[in-house]
Design a protein around this ligand. Structure first.
Ligand code: NAD
Length: 367
């Protein structure tokens, strides 16, 4: 007899959203498709307790739709905690457009995407992320007001990357204060992996302070240009993680702290701009702690960009953007102290404080 009872492993495949490991109490996930422009996008709204879900749109050639869904779920959850720990009245959201930004992005597609954002009535506010430029956000702005990161000429706060880099620099200095007793980075050997928009600006701060900066990138031209401009040394070995260093600053891709790299890592501090640096936040967070490596949580120290776009919504200027970004230094020190008192990882400590803020607001709303 053929049974029509679905076997458990098949069931798992039939649970693409709530059953995903990365589905963590998300409020809403929106799949957007437009045949005329070829748009395929997913908008993830993780939490809107503190305010509208704000987060950038990433355009990427994912290997498959599962990978895209997983990415948007992980990223939108990260945005909730990033805004909460930074003290912003924003929730967490993110969007992904499936496709190659170099060949498949065009104004019609961006505007169609903007219409989908508009249909959510302000519950989700978009911005730029990997594969997006300020000009793309200007196109989205033509069809919806629910977008930030637009050009300064159109009333936006402009390029967020230098502010993000400044926040990472603040977080790194706080980690140095905690780990070495002084936040002076002069003479410290810092490996900056990825010298794009954020990485280059971070190299500038570090070389100005007299740090011994080593740069790594897959783009040879950028390596030569950044090395010449700031006098940074280009990494030439085969094993970046195993090389001797004081500070590792991941500024390229996420998940570089993983089973393959964590035991090799020579640094005593990890502080960088990349999102989701820990492949497994529980396991790898604990392993870093066990090894005595001070980890400045990514979602805390890379919040400069969101502070910058939040200014567009709240109408504050550059001085307040800088002051809020500088405060990342104090918050990072608080997180190290909290993690030590409570015996948790720094990642957990930051999540707990952020969650506490969300829970308190929810209680207020329900009372
Ligand atoms: P970017 O695309 O300008 O730069 C990334 C750089 O990393 C590029 O130079 C690229 O060649 C390099 N790279 C890619 N793969 C690499 C690899 N395997 N090894 C070494 N280098 C590699 O991106 P960005 O705007 O500078 O952002 C960097 C990271 O910071 C991203 O993870 C991004 O999500 C995160 N972030 C950026 C901002 C922001 O304001 N731009 C805000 C928060 C978080």
């Amino acid at each position: 007899m053929i049974s029509d009872v679905v076997k458990p492993d098949t069931l798992k495949k039939l649970d693409p959203v709530f059953g995903q490991h990365s589905f963590n109490d998300h409020e809403q996930v929106v799949f957007c498709q437009d045949k005329d422009t070829g748009l395929k996008a997913i908008i993830g709204i993780h939490n809107t307790v503190l305010g509208p879900a704000l987060g950038g749109t990433r355009m990427w050639q994912y290997a498959n739709e599962w990978e895209a869904l997983n990415d948007v779920l992980r990223l939108s959850r990260g945005m909730t905690y990033k805004s909460a720990i930074t003290g912003l009245n924003l929730g967490g959201g993110k969007a992904v457009i499936i496709g190659d930004a170099k060949t498949q992005k065009n104004p019609e597609l961006m505007k169609r995407f903007g219409e989908f954002v508009h249909s959510l009535g302000g519950k989700y506010i978009t911005a730029e992320d990997v594969g997006m430029e300020t000009a793309d956000m200007d196109l989205v702005r033509e069809v919806t007001p629910h977008v930030t990161g637009i050009s300064e000429a159109k009333g936006g706060a402009g390029n967020p990357s230098p502010i993000t880099a400044y926040g990472v620099y603040m977080g790194m200095k706080a980690a140095a204060k905690y780990q070495y007793g002084s936040d002076d980075l002069e003479g410290k050997k810092v490996v900056v992996q990825g010298i794009g928009h954020v990485g280059e600006s971070l190299v500038e701060h570090l070389t100005k302070e007299g740090a011994n900066v080593i740069i790594a990138d897959i783009n040879e031209e950028r390596l030569q240009a950044v090395s010449q401009k700031y006098g940074a040394t280009i990494f030439t070995g085969n094993d970046l993680y195993g090389t001797s260093m004081d500070i590792y600053a991941p500024c390229a891709l996420g998940a570089t702290i993983n089973d393959d790299t964590i035991h090799k890592l020579q640094a005593s501090i990890v502080a960088g701009a990349a999102n989701n640096q820990l492949a497994d936040e529980v396991k790898h967070g604990a392993l870093l702690k066990d090894r005595g490596i001070a980890y400045a949580p990514d979602f805390l120290i890379n919040a400069g960009g969101i502070i910058n776009v939040y200014a567009e919504l709240e109408g504050y200027g550059k001085d307040e953007i800088i002051a809020k970004t500088e405060n990342i230094y104090n918050t990072t020190l608080e997180i190290f102290a909290h993690s030590e008192t409570k015996g948790t990882t720094t990642h957990e400590a930051a999540l707990n404080i952020a969650q506490g803020r969300i829970d308190a607001r929810k209680k207020e709303q329900n009372s």
